[in-house]
Ligand binder design. Sequence first.
Ligand code: SF4
Length: 163
Amino acid sequence: MNYHDITKEDMLNGEGLRVVLWVAGCNHHCKNCQNPITWDEKGGLPFDKAAEDELFEALNKPYIDGITFSGGDPLFPNNRSEVFRLIKKCRALYPEKTIWLYTGYTWEQIKELGGISDIDVIAEGEFVEELKDNNIHWVGSSNQRVIRVKETLKNSSKELVLL
Ligand code: SF4
């Protein structure tokens, strides 16, 4: 997997103060995407041991509330195994910190992936220019949903529990 950046005190991509891993690779190609440079899975830098150490060192700070996986698309097929490995590691090392993930896939397309239940919040769906709405928190267009994953998976009525 390749990545573009690790931001260390981010307040725009989830609640609280967060570390954000911006991965490379996205096949949604939404019109007017703000990060088209991230579409190429071979762009950016290899996510190697040094990058992983940097990520976990940033996450280790007591004032950091959690980690957000963004991109690109962390659930781009070739990113999934590496991203789910990192999610498992985050969950094991920092059970009290929250895990958010942004993806262009809809909940219905990803809800059965193994490892989804380790994520706290998923902001999902492609960005749709015609549905752009600057007043929605955490996402850019009104078709996108911000889902509380654990609560949704536990919900016997199968209705989504939104943030
Ligand atoms: S899913 Fe996100 S990164 Fe991918 S094209 Fe759409 S807006 Fe851009």
